[in-house]
Design a binder for this molecule. Structure first.
Ligand code: GTP
Length: 597
């Protein structure tokens, strides 16, 4: 296809504003799939994504659209994820595009995350085209939301297309806007090949599949390619586009987006952000890639049964074939035995990984409370990074603990401003900016990352009835008075229950944690003492009283099946228990810290 007839675009939208529904409509209108093939939300290919209704992996689809001017255009749509945890994936999708549709729910308005993604798009010189979706809803206020887009995002939006991805109204206008407003790609097809790896994933049958955007030159099947960062060469096996079905074309030229398969065995062999060139006529310089993502939250994950350790390790290595952001290393805990310390992009990523491990690999796992990374200056003058409370050096060896600080951008309607400010203050935040845009207030806070990653998002949502939105980025490390609070069960320190917290909050958190654990730990045949301590100094204590009767006694020797059922129930409950010393702790106990403070 000629450059002039290609349009490469992404959709920037907040979760639930209708990106998937609109994508499906675009595919349908362009005839990418027959109605029968039109499974619901084709772009979200993973089961889990579908269930949770969120998009995680970037995928693409190439559509042919015959515009009102009679010309046929090739539209390459590159999907982006919508959640705060995955914003780095948005920027890499945008890198392959000349434009982005900014889809805003006309009943809701602009959200912080969409705003952040818009700024990324502006930085990359993309044309941002506003679209007001869900105009079929009675509560839709397209005029107000258009004004809000102008005011907060700073682009013209009065003439923005108004559509309903659900009913199909205005969807053709969206396609016309794409053709009219998004510039065609540039890039010399006669120059040596430069292809940007936008995404790579592992397919059980085909090995690594990479989504690429050809920036310069062209690539043909059977050609020998070179991955520029590591110099590895591979022979291209298949090359083509997603329509959304995988369709071989045998060639991709500058300006186009598609996939290549070249017998690469793991995704580290085709890293996202890397440049592919040909071995015969290599390009001199690489394209500027993407920022490498670093995990922000670390947690220990342990198999409930130590027999599962090997299976767990295999599962992790398989999972990491598809998830380049997954980081893990072996860890052992006195309480929980052998497991892994896993780094995640955020809490949602952690939940998803844990769920996939349990569901797809049939493992029963115990996860410890997540921690951020701290920088610790030791009295010897060394700076070390600490990703687990148990790795914190002894108090006497610590000169200073520095905690990660994020810059958080929050958008909130005025009526909830007070609540949000109260929350930020409680979370040790410092306000750095505040601006009014119509009814919305834009707040910027510096907040400790530890306070943000755990439950801040949920608290923000509940304190603003779901209206406030959040986006945040790591800013710097900052010296803080942090301490480790140990938890002792019947006098034994349980390493997996320790937390790092600010000294000011340590007393309160320790007390709440002990209280929460008392509720969570089931009664056993003896009293269980729970204590929170900083060093040798106990700051809180509580007791789980011993059990009085056993469960079966309740059945008065009644019918046997009932008894069996009860025992079965007890057994299932036990599945997630971990024996620590002589006490059985449920999974919830290890995450109790998430439920306090
Ligand atoms: P992520 O995949 O998580 O990023 O969400 P999304 O932005 O793709 O949202 P999705 O398309 O899944 O839509 C969210 C909800 O809004 C679904 O229940 C859709 O049916 C509904 N929805 C989408 N577009 C419209 C619309 O135009 N009108 C109405 N009434 N509902 C819509």
């Amino acid at each position: 296809m000629q450059h002039s007839h290609i349009r490469n675009f992404s959709i920037i939208a907040h979760i639930d504003h209708g990106k998937s529904t609109l994508s499906d409509r675009l595919i349908q209108v362009c005839g990418g799939l027959t109605n029968r093939e039109m499974a619901e939300q084709v772009l979200d290919s993973m089961d889990l994504e579908r269930e949770r209704g969120i998009t995680i992996k970037a995928q693409s689809v190439t559509l042919n659209y015959t515009a009102k001017n009679g010309e046929t255009y090739q539209l390459n749509f590159i999907d982006t994820p919508g959640h705060v945890d995955f914003s780095y994936e948005v920027s890499r999708s945008l890198k392959a595009c000349e434009g982005a549709l900014l889809v805003v729910d006309a009943g809701q308005g602009v959200e912080a995350q969409t705003l952040a993604n818009c700024y990324t798009a502006f930085d990359m010189d993309l044309e941002v085209v506003p679209i007001l979706n869900k105009i079929d809803l009675p509560q839709a206020e397209p005029d107000r939301v258009a004004e809000e887009i102008e005011d907060i995002v700073g682009i013209d939006a009065i003439d923005a297309v108004r559509c309903s991805a659900k009913t199909g109204i205005g969807v053709e206008d969206v396609l016309e806007e794409i053709v009219k407003r998004i510039p065609p790609p540039v890039g010399d097809r006669d120059k040596p090949l430069k292809a940007l790896i936008v995404d790579s994933w592992f397919d059980n049958y085909q090995g690594v599949v990479s989504l690429v955007r050809i920036m310069e030159g062209e690539l043909n099947a059977k050609e020998k390619i070179q991955i520029m960062s590591n110099g590895q060469t591979h022979q291209v096996d298949k090359i083509g586009i997603f329509t959304p079905k995988q369709t071989e074309t045998g060639v991709l030229r500058a300006g186009e987006v598609g996939y290549i398969i070249a017998g690469i065995k793991d995704i580290q062999g085709a890293p996202v952000g890397d440049t592919i060139t040909t071995a015969k006529n290599p390009a001199k310089e690489m394209l500027t890639g993407f920022k490498k993502v670093k995990p922000q939250v670390y947690a220990g994950v342990f198999p409930v049964s130590s027999d599962d350790y090997e299976d767990f390790r295999d599962a992790l290595s398989k999972l990491s074939l598809n998830d380049a952001s997954l980081f893990y290393e072996p860890e052992s805990s006195a309480a929980l035995g052998f497991g892994f310390r896993i780094g995640f992009l955020g809490m949602l990523h952690m939940e998803i990984v844990q769920e996939r491990l349990e569901r797809e690999y049939d493992l029963d796992l115990i996860t410890t409370a997540p921690t951020v990374i701290y920088e610790v200056l030791t009295t010897k003058g060394e700076t070390i990074t600490v990703d687990s409370p148990s790795k914190l050096p002894a108090v006497n060896d610590i000169e200073e603990i520095r905690e990660p600080i994020v810059e958080a951008n929050i958008l909130v309607p005025q009526e909830y401003l007070g609540n949000v400010i109260t929350l930020c203050v409680e979370k040790r935040g410092t306000q750095t900016n505040m601006g009014y845009h119509g009814n919305q207030v834009a707040l910027t806070y510096e907040l400790p990352m530890a306070e943000v990653v755990l439950d801040f998002f949920d608290r923000l949502k509940s304190t603003s009835r779901g209206f406030a939105s959040l986006d945040y980025n790591f800013k710097r490390f900052h010296g803080s008075d942090m301490v480790r609070v140990d938890i002792l069960i019947n006098g034994e320190k349980v390493d997996a229950l320790a937390i790092i917290t600010h000294r000011e909050n340590s007393q309160g958190r320790g007390r709440e944690l002990v209280e929460k654990l008392r509720e969570l730990i089931p009664r056993q045949m003896f009293d269980i003492a729970i204590q929170a301590a900083i060093g040798n100094h106990v700051i809180a204590r509580s007791t789980v009283k011993q059990m009085r009767k056993n469960v079966i006694a309740k059945c008065y020797g009644g019918d046997v099946s009932r008894k069996k059922k009860l025992l079965q129930k007890q057994k299932e409950g036990k599945k997630r228990m971990k024996q620590v010393g002589n006490v059985e702790l449920p999974q919830d106990a290890f995450l109790a810290v998430l439920k306090v403070g």
